[in-house]
Design a protein around this ligand. Structure first.
Ligand SMILES: NC(=O)C1=CN([C@@H]2O[C@H](COP(=O)(O)OP(=O)(O)OC[C@H]3O[C@@H](n4cnc5c(N)ncnc54)[C@H](OP(=O)(O)O)[C@@H]3O)[C@@H](O)[C@H]2O)C=CC1
Ligand SMILES: CC(=O)C(=O)O
Ligand SMILES: [Mg+2]
Length: 631
């Protein structure tokens, strides 16, 4: 036996004896009293295996290229080396890892669907940029965030929608280095201990998904983790959260996605998606584990399917500082956009109450938006019932009325049409013709629902139609900017979920805005975190929406722009955070003493307080040197 192997064997023996001793001291019951008095194990060279001695554990081990095995760590090593939760559960053989790598090496595959490229979706160049940015993030987060912040307009579509949608679809093929935490249904009973494998002692923001409905791409199971990662990139860049204090999380409860389940490289559980009481038990355990270790963190729920999104929000919102971005962040975003569009038309917020709104997609996002717009109308003087009468909501079965045979959810029910209910199931084109809406919103994730006929009708009945195809990513949007402008003679006030370029139409440039919750969730979470608000109320969301609308400069309104410029995202997030804190204060929810003090001094003081707490991507001294030497 070589000297090296002998040393390794001896090291392993010593380690296992030490472990046994530690276990006895801790009273774990692993070793009983006899083990104490038993003679030490005899050293038998023939029994030894070729063990590498590694002193690192957890994330330090994963980040050490000499010892890291990525998805190749076997289960016992994961247990002993504190890796649980830091990697997807499935162990891959070295051969499988090599095959995955060779596919990239030899073929340089981009896994792009050419159909989507032609419609302004993800291109090979997006993919190249995504990979380059990913590598930088793994090497140097400060520089990564410096660049993301300084080039937000250019890079947000790479780390976020639409490219993040592509990254999620292909997460299992692209998987290189873990980021965030991985829990699954088989971890039941162990989540509270697993969460301690996360290296940070303090976490300010957690984004969790179960991959149930990722953008408009459906159930992507464990692959959905790409979304919490992308959202938290924006927490840092857009709102100045500290990148060392954020935590992306996926809870894998299986998937209904057959393509993924059949793919040998898929890293998630190969079982059908869980539902019912069993699902809530697992989710409860995860939430308790996360909030148990990080009780002050803001918890954002992201991209849950319709069956779970609202029930989960209702279940936790009164106990933890949490919100559902798709329901609440999107709602505040849409309200701000409609207010912005009214201002473009020279109207005040008051006129919200006069709008006729057709909304396609009666899911989490759609119903969150409808409810918040209705609450906005209530603020302008209507009763809630009067407000709901201004909406026509459609799902895959057409217009929803009280005559719908299927049981309606509690979020949809108040919006089911009561008058003219004989048109139950009416098509979008027919509803738009009949109702002559002033505002058309799409949140169905089903692609081109705003056909030429629908758009032309919007143009016929409105001097300035407000058209918001808010679904993501690009190829799931209800229409693009050019289609809307062409069909309406360039008169549309346009805002889409994923970015659309401005349109050149009949010799003039027509602006496109982006109606995406990225304008709300970073600032909302920042305000809630800095103010230690403990809850996020409807009033705080409405304050966020109004703050967002107020950030649009007058000269941009003149150019039909209905959201602030993305280059100003840090300023926007600061203003949103400030207004959220002020509303929390008014409602008795501002529990941070320092924030309260700043707020009571002046608006400027509160602004300064928020700004001071926003992390800046600059190199900070890591050793104490005399002043001037660092430079
Ligand atoms: N811009 C933004 O900031 C945001 C955009 N979104 C986008 O909104 C979309 C929906 O998200 P979410 O509400 O969470 O999803 P859900 O799955 O909860 O809801 C989808 C809804 O769309 C309906 N729908 C599906 N196909 C059609 C169709 N062909 N015609 C009419 N309605 C249809 C569904 O009806 P049925 O139940 O009958 O199938 C359901 O009511 C996604 O694309 C997502 O990316 C979400 C959040 C934020
Ligand atoms: C933007 C977003 O949250 C979504 O499309 O789901
Ligand atoms: Mg979402």
């Amino acid at each position: 036996m070589s000297l090296l192997k002998r040393r390794a064997a001896y090291g392993a023996l010593r380690a296992s004896l030490a472990e046994g001793f530690a276990a006895r001291l801790l009273g774990s019951g692993v070793n009983d009293a006899r083990a104490f008095s038993a003679p030490a194990a005899t050293y038998k060279p023939s029994d030894t295996v070729d063990v590498e001695i590694v002193r690192k554990k957890g994330i330090d081990l994963i980040h050490d290229p000499l010892f890291n095995k990525g998805t190749g760590f076997p289960v016992p090593e994961r247990e002993r080396l504190e890796l649980r939760g830091l990697l997807p559960k499935k162990s891959l053989s070295m051969q499988a890892q090599a095959d995955r790598f060779m596919e990239d090496y030899q073929l340089g595959k981009t896994y792009i669907d050419p159909k989507h490229v032609s419609d302004g979706g993800v291109t090979p160049d997006h993919v190249r940029r995504w990979k380059v940015l990913q590598e930088l993030q793994d090497r140097n987060e400060t520089l990564f965030y410096r660049l993301l912040l300084d080039n937000f307009v250019d890079m947000a579509p790479i780390v976020y929608t639409p490219t993040v949608g592509w990254a999620c679809l292909n997460f299992h093929k692209l998987y290189r280095r873990p980021r965030g935490m991985y829990f699954d249904a088989t971890d039941k009973g162990e989540m509270a201990s697993m969460v301690w494998n996360w290296p940070a002692n303090d976490v300010d923001a957690i984004v969790v998904t179960d991959g149930g409905r990722i953008l408009g791409l459906g159930d992507l199971g464990l692959n959905g983790l790409g979304i919490p990662i992308g959202k938290l990139d924006l927490y840092v860049a857009a709102a100045g959260f500290n990148p060392g204090r954020i935590l992306p999380v996926v809870l894998d409860v299986g998937t209904s996605n057959r393509v993924l389940k059949d793919d040998p490289l898929y890293l998630g559980l190969n079982q059908d998606r869980m539902s019912g009481p069993e699902y809530f038990e697992v989710m409860d355990e995860l939430v308790k584990a996360l909030m148990g270790r990080y009780p002050d963190a803001v918890l954002q729920f992201e991209d849950f399917n319709m069956e779970h999104a609202t029930p989960l929000l209702d279940r936790y919102r009164h106990h933890h500082l949490c919100f559902n971005d798709d329901i609440q962040g999107t709602a505040a975003t849409a309200v701000a956009g409609v207010y912005g569009a009214l201002r473009v038309q020279g109207k005040s917020n008051k006129e919200l109450a006069q709008q006729r709104i057709v909304l396609v997609g009666a899911g989490s996002a759609g119903m969150g938006v409808a409810r918040m717009l209705a609450l906005g109308m209530v603020k302008q003087g209507l009763t809630y019932e009067e407000a709901t009468a201004n909406f026509w909501i459609l799902d895959a079965d057409g217009l929803i009325t009280v005559k719908r045979e299927k049981q309606l959810s509690s979020t949809v029910e108040p919006f089911a049409r009561k008058t003219q209910a004989d048109v139950e199931g009416e098509t979008l084109a027919a509803t738009v013709k009949r109702v002559k809406p002033t505002v058309l919103i799409g949140l169905a994730g089903a692609g081109k629902l705003f056909t030429e006929e629908v758009l032309t009708t919007m143009g016929e009945h409105n001097e300035r139609p407000i058209i918001m195809p808010m679904s993501n990513p690009t190829h799931r949007m209800e229409c693009n900017a050019m289609e809307a402008q062409k069909a309406t003679g360039g008169r549309t006030i346009f805002a889409s979920g994923s970015p659309c370029n401005d349109v050149e139409y009949e010799g003039r440039t027509i602006s496109s805005s982006q109606a995406n919750n990225l304008y709300i969730f970073p600032g909302l979470a920042l305000g809630a975190h800095l103010g230690a608000t403990r809850v996020i109320t409807d009033e705080m969301l409405m304050a966020a929406a109004e703050a967002l609308g107020d950030c649009i400069p007058e000269e941009d309104l003149d150019k039909d722009i209905v959201y602030p410029r993305l280059k100003d995202i840090r300023y926007v997030s600061m203003i949103v955070a400030k207004r959220v804190m002020k509303m929390a204060y008014d409602m008795g929810h501002l529990h941070s003493f320092a924030a309260k003090k700043a707020l009571e001094i002046s608006d400027e003081e509160l602004e300064a307080y928020v700004q001071e707490h926003m992390w800046e991507p600059v190199y900070k001294p890591l050793v104490n040197l005399p002043v001037g030497v660092q430079e």
